[in-house]
Design a protein around this ligand. Structure first.
Ligand SMILES: Nc1c(NC[C@H](O)[C@H](O)[C@H](O)CO)[nH]c(=O)[nH]c1=O
Ligand SMILES: CC(=O)[C@@H](O)COP(=O)(O)O
Length: 232
């Protein structure tokens, strides 16, 4: 079986940086679907039982032939993914709830340091404060619809008290952020902690479970890049 050549260099990059180029080949009027997968296996194999190794990295093919002469081309599955290294020109808004400020300030700090580490310039970041997590959604939606930002990062901390208020605020915050993204078409990232107690929250705001503000900032960058570089 004659195989197509393809741009493999991107597969030597970390997964978040990779973008597989489409691969096409023609073969006697038959068509095949080529599936590229960059997970680290040691050899390159084809369903037709051919296989060979690459330099420590591999591509896996699942080739499905279709005996339909009308298809003369083999289409490659293209994997589109945002890059966290292509941040130039990306603009972000961070909506932060003041409620449980001792936690949300830490989350914001984590987010801002991640933006800095990934070369997002400060003038491309606006921080908008709201009273509580319940108010995040409406503001995120307004910011998204302004078309000024590539992604909106939403930060809050909902901590369970004695009543069912927790569930109302936590669920409203989640659905508010979801709606904001869907209604504005701009990625709205959920960086709202929903915790049983203050200890859980502290652990996630720079304590032993990391900083969820930092993690969600990275999600915001990836989604902004995905939209800006692949989904326009
Ligand atoms: N209990 C928490 C709240 N409650 C306040 C609400 O978010 C809201 O500001 C109020 O109901 C007025 O609409 N907010 C949090 O972010 N975290 C909580 O634990
Ligand atoms: C999320 C909140 O629920 C909390 O501040 C409310 O506490 P409580 O249920 O004791 O009123």
């Amino acid at each position: 079986m004659k195989m197509a050549s393809f741009a493999s260099t991107e597969c030597f990059l970390p997964l978040y940086q990779s973008r597989l180029a489409p691969t096409h080949y023609q073969q006697n009027g038959t068509s095949a679907i080529l599936h590229l997968n960059c997970k680290s296996k040691k050899s390159l194999s084809f369903s037709s039982s051919s296989s060979f190794s690459t330099q420590g990295t591999s591509l896996c093919y699942a080739v499905e032939r279709k005996e339909r002469s009308s298809f003369a081309q083999m289409d490659a599955v293209r994997h589109l993914m945002g890059s966290v290294t292509k941040t130039q020109g990306l603009r972000f808004a961070v909506v932060v709830a003041r409620f449980n400020e001792i936690i949300t300030k830490q989350l914001l700090e984590g987010a801002l340091s991640t933006f800095k580490n990934y070369s997002v310039s400060e003038e491309n970041i606006d921080v908008v404060w709201v009273p509580g997590s319940f108010e995040i959604g409406v503001v995120a939606e307004r910011l998204g619809k302004s078309q000024k930002y590539h992604a909106i990062l939403c930060i809050g901390a909902v901590i369970r008290g004695d009543t069912s208020h927790y569930d109302a605020v936590a669920n409203s915050a989640a659905s508010g952020v979801l709606s904001a993204g869907l209604n504005s078409g701009v990625p709205c990232i959920f960086g709202v902690l929903t915790c049983e107690d203050m200890e859980q929250a502290l652990n996630r705001a720079g304590g032993k479970s990391g900083n969820k503000g930092s993690e969600t900032a990275l999600t915001a960058i990836e989604m902004a890049s995905l939209f800006e570089h692949h989904l326009k």
